[in-house]
Ligand binder design. Sequence first.
Ligand code: HEM
Length: 413
Amino acid sequence: METMAARPIPAHVPPDMIGNFSLFSSPGLEPTPNGDPQAASAVVHDGPRIFYSPVNTRDGKGTWVITRAQDQRRVLQDPETFSSHRSIFASALGESWPMIPLELDPPEHGKFRSLLNPLLSPKRVMALETAVRERASVLIDRIAASGTSCDVMTDFAFPFAVNIFLRFLGLSDDRLDEFVGWANDLLHGDNVKRPAAARTIVAFIDELSADRRRQPVDDFMSFLVQSRIDDRPLTDMEIRGTGVLLFIAGLDTVAAAIGFDLNYLARHQADQQWLRDDPKRIVLAAEELLRAYPTVQMIRVATRDVDFEGAPIRKGDYVSCATMIANRDPLEFADPARIDLAREDNRHTAFAYGPHRCLGSHLARREIVVGLEEWLKRIPTFRIKSGTAPVTYGGHVFGIENLILDWSQEDAA
Ligand code: HEM
């Protein structure tokens, strides 16, 4: 884990608005065995609507933290004041191009969204469903045949998410392990591994787009290199920015969601049985698990000085809208700490809100639901393997490592 050097707190932040909280390092949010980072982040609702956390990004920068779901929606719906323009990925390389459409603001953002929306529409996802289900079955059959225990993250969640992404890109599985390694280094590596992984991913995307330019086939990259915006082809930087985003957006998030869901079910046998009794319940349950175990912290940058609920936000300040905080806001959800797999009217923000609402949400939902359906169909009552402890961590994207489940008779007894 890389260490975060705290920066000085800006002079305009009133001392009484500084909160002792960080999504990276507060108790339960640093890498913790058997932790529950979402529960550990839901400790801010008794406090003010907004406060300043001095160390709340990977590079040790402070952010304002918005604690109410309603206020987060105001921020996310006001890109003129709260911009997405940050170049997080490129900055690891000392460069400054945006990931597209994530780091563009309207009106540019809308042009790319209109181009990309049809690729991940509910209809397109439906067409992928058979492949998604087949992939889940093959992986889980292999796990079931090889014993009564496995590491869900390395044996199922990551290979599953990466395979679906590769299929979307039109690539074969040959380099799957390599891709999982890149994604892991990028998201969780240290100061050496992260830039190295970023360079490798950029080189891969650049090479793939050059290939598809020379010889287009029926896949995402070919679509991108042939697309036009404002009556012109996309620039190399735009193709790179879009390709890189699609590469990283769906890998860790889907794998983490499946991991957190199975971690929950392993510890709550009655809920596990309730889903087995009627697998149609999984669709609704997956929404509650997305509410309770969301994984993404969104950051926006103030484009001007603005007073927000008493906070003197200044141009350039970072503003955090953490889905894990919004999704456990008691003003928004009755009894938010209780996980009720039958919860209705679930207006969670796991997939964000406003113009940047997740482009891949239909696909992600299908992957999660199908993953859980196939798992419960093939694996008998399971629990965390005794003597093991999955390590969970907070950060910009919450995650879980080494989720070792066991379904042997002895452990299940
Ligand atoms: C459980 C899985 C997922 C979660 C929790 C998730 C969550 C999110 C969130 C919170 C955002 C907004 C980020 C921001 O505004 O700063 C986002 C944006 C995005 N996601 Fe996802 N995502 C998931 C899966 C996927 C998948 C599978 C794909 C692609 C196949 C994808 C593609 C994207 C893209 C392209 C954006 C940028 C949208 C824009 O800026 O207009 N995501 N996602």
